[in-house]
Design a protein around this ligand. Structure first.
Ligand code: SAM
Ligand code: SF4
Length: 533
């Protein structure tokens, strides 16, 4: 599956891999030239004046700090509150948050929406109606960043027309020095920049941006504590995201996440269990546990309580389905496999990103497993959970990837028989170790490899789906299909999308569905009966 198809699955807007050959190379040094800026201190705060705009700098991103992994204890803060005096700041005003990237960002948007609503704002989907617009950004690949800068350009005329509009940039891109510098220099219609570690500071930062004339910049490079009890406006009523940990310590050489999301910090088991119980009471049917590397859950708690133990505890809660994403093969332990094999509400879908089928490339990527170890792990999982569906992420065109190494990826895909593979062209990310390697696979070759890989993964997906024709499967109905209002859509336990003609009363219910037609990315089915789960 390519990125466009993945985004369609996630109901995101499609994007395209841009051909670098057609573009001039970026000159980052221009974003670090602040010779025309003046800086002054007022009441202990630093203000910068650049291009006619005054900027209140509370804290700017610092790559070196983001990279550091200290031994200091992470505390859990339970006292979050929107201050009384800010609870009416948004009265009569509307907000819009545009979310880019992964589920973690989708969930952060739910938290920010909760905070904004406690401040009196109401949500709108119309840009022209909004008084506050946040772009919750993704930094994983260059084309994700290009989209955000494009959107900032589109918002400029609106800001000129409506100067009181507050435009905020948050999420992973805000954690990058080059991005913040570029905004300071070239997009001075932005009013607020904050990062992934200080979402709980939104009330105060927004107040400063609304009441002051300055652009406000506060990006913490060092992750803070785990903040519990943030208000949250969940996007759905059937399926809910639950963070179990933040950050990543894996430092895969191509990846920017460890720098933008900080060190691994696990939430306390009792807080997660309490949240899942509460969601079950509210009638949610499916929980997806979130983390960049969920298999590292608990390592930092130092009590021997890991993801397997958490899943075992959640298994006892009366809720039909529990999933988790994303797994890292390195930390996937036998106890977790043993617990997942209990089934019940622990569904049989394993997203196990492999990235490459070549052990040499995996080494350069610092994935810390070989092809053989990956296959062995997958074999263990398949033996314990025979009907599990496997999905993966793959990068093509990593520096020095040879034709033969790419063929190893092709053969691994065949061997693994993935239900879905999310495929990407390697995109160099500033300051990551891989960005220092020569990006020496020509774009034309990367595209050819991607096309061949996509053809293979699509053929396998179509075949795997066709195997389900005539079978009766459990489908949790999420809502009316986005493409056809006469049918409902939902997912199997194995996370396959199913469209089924059924009454609207089925929304939020698990129904038995007979699969009548298999497509590459989805299945069509007919209602057999409501399931009792
Ligand atoms: N933590 C997860 C993991 O380890 O697989 C997922 C992280 S990332 C949000 C999702 C996927 O983006 C990765 O699995 C990888 O395939 C891809 N990715 C990350 N950095 C990339 C880069 N620089 N270029 C292309 N793809 C990248
Ligand atoms: Fe990035 Fe690797 Fe961490 Fe995943 S495990 S978020 S790919 S560094």
């Amino acid at each position: 599956m390519n990125e466009e198809q993945r985004k369609q699955q996630l109901n995101e807007s499609p994007s395209y891999n841009h051909d670098k050959k057609d573009k001039p190379k970026k000159d980052y040094s221009t974003y670090f030239d602040f010779s025309s800026a003046s800086i002054e201190e007022k009441e202990g705060r630093q203000y910068m004046k650049i291009g006619g705009r005054s900027i209140q700098i509370n804290e700017q991103p610092d790559f070196k700090k983001g990279k550091k992994r200290g031994k200091e204890e992470v505390e859990v803060q339970y006292g979050f509150n929107v201050p009384e005096e800010l609870r009416r700041l948004g009265q009569g005003k509307k907000y819009l948050i545009r979310t880019y990237g992964c589920q973690m960002n989708v969930h952060d948007t739910e938290n920010m929406s909760g905070i904004l609503e406690e401040m009196g704002f109401t949500e709108t989907s119309e840009t022209t109606e909004a008084d506050v617009i946040f772009l919750n950004t993704c930094a994983i690949r260059e084309n994700a960043e290009n989209k955000v800068f494009g959107e900032l350009g589109h918002l400029k005329p609106l800001k000129l027309e409506k100067p009181e509009l507050i435009i905020g940039v948050c999420g992973c891109m805000s954690q990058e020095e080059t991005v913040v510098n570029r905004i300071l220099q070239k997009h001075n219609h932005v009013d607020l920049i904050f990062g992934t570690h200080n979402i709980h500071r939104v009330p105060e930062l927004l107040q400063d941006a609304i009441l002051g004339k300055e652009m406000v910049v506060e990006v913490w490079s060092k992750e803070g504590d785990v903040v519990e009890n943030m208000p949250r406006k969940r996007a759905g009523k059937t399926q809910a995201w639950v963070n179990i940990m933040y950050g990543c310590d894996k430092f895969c050489t191509y990846c920017i996440v460890p720098y933008t999301r900080g060190k691994e910090r696990s939430r306390m088991p009792e807080d997660i269990i309490h949240e899942v119980r509460d969601l079950a009471r509210q009638g949610y049917k499916e929980i997806t546990l979130l983390g960049q590397n969920v298999n590292a859950y608990g390592k930092d708690l130092g009590e021997g309580y890991r993801l397997g133990h958490l899943m075992d505890d959640l298994h006892k809660i009366d809720i039909p389905r529990i999933r988790f994403t994303t797994s890292h093969p390195r930390d996937f332990d036998d106890h977790l496999i043993e617990v997942l094999a209990k089934g019940g509400n622990l569904v049989e879908h394993i997203h196990l990103p492999v990235q490459s089928g070549s052990s040499e490339v995996l080494k350069l990527m610092a994935r810390k497993y070989t092809r053989e170890q990956y296959v062995e792990l997958a074999g263990k999982i398949k033996a314990a959970i025979p009907h599990a569906s496997f999905t993966t992420d793959i990068i093509v065109g990593f520096p020095n990837e040879t034709d033969a190494q790419f063929e190893e990826t092709m053969s691994l895909v065949e061997e693994m028989d993935y239900d879905i593979a999310y495929t990407y062209i390697y995109s160099p990310r500033d300051n990551t170790p891989a960005a220092k390697m020569e990006d020496n696979v020509p774009m034309e070759v990367k595209k050819q490899r991607l096309a061949r890989l996509n053809k293979l993964v699509n053929d396998i997906s179509a075949r795997r789906n066709a195997e389900l024709e005539g079978q009766v499967v459990e489908v949790l109905i999420e809502g009316v299909s986005k493409k056809n209002e006469n049918v409902l859509s939902g997912r199997t336990r194995t996370n396959k999308m199913v469209n089924v003609a059924a009454p609207e009363s089925c929304i939020g219910q698990v129904i038995y569905t007979k699969i009548t037609e298999a497509k590459t990315w989805s299945l069509n089915g007919e209602l057999v009966e409501m399931a009792e789960v």
